[in-house]
Design a protein around this ligand. Structure first.
Ligand SMILES: *Cc1c(COP(=O)(O)O)cnc(C)c1O
Length: 383
């Protein structure tokens, strides 16, 4: 079955009791057992819940994994993955990782005696140089944030495996529609389900997907032991979100590509960072590892200072001023004052995050309306 057929049918078999085409939502915390010590399929909802299981089954199919685990948030999912490491181990992560992942690694994971090393993975030679015999996990993101940097997943998988390390990919920005890291050799795929999987800005969730049963069991053990599971309501909404995932992402990509081309030609724009543009440094790799689209996130540099940029992002109406991404509503933000405000200015400069930078999450509104919204914001800045 094709991706979008699986998104609708795998894990969503009709209710055996009533024939309902949509599975009922199971809020139960506990399940009656066939006998004492004789465990049924479900016993207690931290260990397993039918509604959560349905979402996990669909997502595993979409990523080409043997199983998926759903969490209370993306950070809970990442925390579970890094909890595989022991004292003395090392994690090597991309320098463009999500800010929350940076904080987790440097302020929590390191407390357990785990070394955290960052390197710019857009050139896999840097990973080759950073990896050591102690490295047990390599953690990358592609596209990265906010410069939409592209990392070659297949090459990173080879390097990690040569050194006996696992490769984990935070694939939140790409979604399984555009990139399926397990097919490229990655061991763990992580999603903030809060973004494209849910897709409607109405839930928090996360997920891990793997292709190896033994690794699945290890992660399941940690999830059950620590307890940061996705709730049934969120799982139900995620299952619903997956059914339209491909349609949403493909359309959002089309609109983003048109906006990127329009912005690149705009006289008030310095530079557009979008992997679909041929002048983007990651365009070649993105064309290989992204399936039929370059994502719906794009960043551009306004010709203007911090205040002009602040004014721009405060002047749009359809593009709402908010962090997060991946939903049907378009969002706008200024990385220097919002998503990357916690970096000190020197660090921001080092990461290429300028004061004039604006990040867009392109939603499902009509292209013409989104373009007009940006045009009036350009006018507001000059006028
Ligand atoms: C949002 C996000 C996360 C964290 O997910 P939460 O659901 O907010 O915990 C991790 N990685 C990326 C790329 C994200 O965009």
């Amino acid at each position: 079955m094709q991706f979008r057929t699986r998104a609708i049918h795998v894990g969503n078999e009709k209710c055996p009791e009533t024939g309902a085409v949509v599975r009922p939502l199971h809020f139960a915390s506990t399940f009656v057992q066939p006998g004492a010590g004789d465990w049924g399929e479900f016993d207690y909802s931290r260990s397993g819940n039918p509604t959560r299981k349905a979402f996990e089954t669909t997502l595993a199919s979409l990523e080409g994994g043997c199983g998926a685990l759903a969490f209370a948030s993306g950070m809970a999912a990442t925390h579970c993955a890094v909890s595989l490491l022991n004292s003395g181990d090392q994690v090597v992560a991309g320098s463009d990782i999500y800010g929350g992942t940076y904080r987790l690694l440097h302020k929590v994971t390191n407390r357990a005696g785990i070394d955290v090393t960052l390197c710019n993975t857009t050139d896999p030679a840097n990973l080759q140089a950073a990896i050591t015999p102690a490295t047990k996990l390599v953690w990358i993101e592609s596209p990265g944030n906010p410069r939409m940097t592209i990392t070659d997943i297949a090459t990173c998988a080879e390097i990690a495996h040569e050194h006996g390390a696992l490769l984990g990919v935070d694939s939140t920005f790409a979604s399984p529609v555009l990139t399926r890291p397990l097919e490229l050799g990655a061991d763990i795929v992580m999603h903030s389900a809060t973004k494209y999987l849910g897709g409607h800005s109405d839930l928090m969730g996360g997920a891990l997907v793997v292709r190896d049963e033994e690794l699945f069991d290890e992660l399941y053990f940690v999830q059950n032991a620590t307890g940061a599971i996705m709730g049934p309501m969120e799982a139900f909404l995620c299952s619903r979100g997956l059914k339209t995932l491909e349609l949403r992402v493909r359309e959002q990509c089309r609109t983003a590509a048109k906006l990127a081309a329009w912005l690149a030609a705009h006289d008030q724009v310095d530079k557009v960072l979008y992997p679909g543009l041929t002048d983007h440094p990651g365009h070649g790799v993105a064309a290989e590892q992204m399936d039929g689209g370059f994502g719906a996130m794009l960043t551009f540099d306004l010709k203007g200072d911090f205040d002009a940029t602040k004014k721009f992002v405060e002047s749009t109406h359809l593009f709402q001023l908010a962090v997060s991404l991946g939903a049907v509503e378009s969002l706008i933000e200024q990385p220097a004052s919002m998503s990357h405000a916690s970096y000190d200015p020197a660090d921001r400069a080092k990461h290429g995050i300028t004061d004039g930078m604006i990040r867009l999450s392109v939603g499902l509104e009509a292209y013409e309306d989104l373009q007009a919204d940006l045009e009036q914001a350009f006018a507001a800045v000059t006028g």
